[in-house]
Design a protein around this ligand. Structure first.
Ligand code: NAD
Length: 259
């Protein structure tokens, strides 16, 4: 029996087959889950195209729903569709982040509030928005898993996206507090750097990538998202039943090493 046999899982954030969420989607299918994907805005078409690359054990097509995390009506529409399709949701992957150009790069001071607000809305508040959408379908408990980048220190170029990640960590803890009594967990995976579309849009990403492999005791391959995907699958499964509000580093051990 697969780790996620019979689990009904909503996967946000699949854009290309390099997306961290794509790896999660494939492992979830391999481990027996039923999944749907969500996509947003102009990228929805790309998500639909990428969905066809996933290998479903039964050869079935995978549904893709429109869900821009800043549009509450989308969340309600997906919930209604899933109430009909599945009657429940067991797990949700939050793999959504965006920051306008002014928020990334060399000029931390240059980002105007409107741009910072956009980054916070899409990258942090959105976890709560997904909870609004799907908690009503989690009658028997459930698991939210979000993708984080450890922001205990300031990084080159990451700037306001780093601030948004700190906010995401806090949102996850408050959700853990709020939803624990319903048997619903909220946890984050703090991933090491992986070459995805989002990562490529960060000018200076190479400054993260280059030292990572050398410093991480287990080593780190920026082109292999499987370690992240496997860890997400574990958190979505029943094998972390007493863990919530947690941040698990999946970074080759980089965070634990001083120099
Ligand atoms: N790649 C890395 O190095 C790395 C490391 C740690 C954490 N993460 C996190 O992993 C998550 C997934 O990113 P990725 O690296 O796979 O890149 P990606 O570009 O493949 O995925 C980002 C996703 O965010 C979605 N998105 C943007 N705005 C949205 C909105 N308004 N509503 C709904 N979806 C929206 C995009 O459509 C895309 O699918 C992000 O939270 C990112 O911060 C990435």
């Amino acid at each position: 029996m697969g780790l996620l046999e019979n689990k009904k899982i909503v996967i946000t954030g699949v854009l290309t087959d390099a997306s961290l969420a794509y790896g999660v989607a494939q492992i979830a299918l391999d481990e027996g889950a039923d999944i749907v994907l969500t996509g947003a805005g102009r990228a929805l078409r790309l998500t639909q195209r990428t969905a066809r690359k996933l290998e479903h054990p039964n050869g079935d097509a995978i549904d893709v729903f429109e869900l821009d995390v800043t549009v509450p009506e989308h969340g309600i529409a997906v919930r209604e569709a899933l109430a009909e399709k599945w009657g429940r949701v067991d797990g949700v992957l939050h793999a959504v982040a965006f920051a306008p150009e002014s928020c990334l790069g060399e000029d931390f001071m240059g980002a105007p509030w409107d741009d910072v607000a956009t980054a916070m809305h899409i990258s942090a508040y959105s976890l709560k928005a997904l909870a609004d959408a799907f908690v009503p379908l989690m009658g028997d408990g459930g698991s939210f898993v979000g993708l984080d980048f450890d922001n205990r220190q300031a990084w080159p170029a990451y700037n306001w996206m780093g601030v948004a990640k700190s906010a995401l960590q806090s949102v996850s803890r408050y959700l853990a507090r709020e939803l624990g009594p319903k048997g619903i967990r909220s946890n984050l995976i703090a991933a090491g750097p992986i070459k995805t579309m989002a990562a490529k849009s960060i000018p200076g990403f190479a400054a993260f990538e280059e030292p990572w492999d050398g410093r991480a005791p287990l080593g780190w391959d920026v082109t292999n998202s499987e370690p992240v995907a496997r860890s997400v699958a574990a958190l979505l499964s029943d094998w972390f039943p007493a863990t919530t509000g947690e941040i698990i580093h999946v970074d080759g051990g980089y965070h634990a090493i001083g120099a």
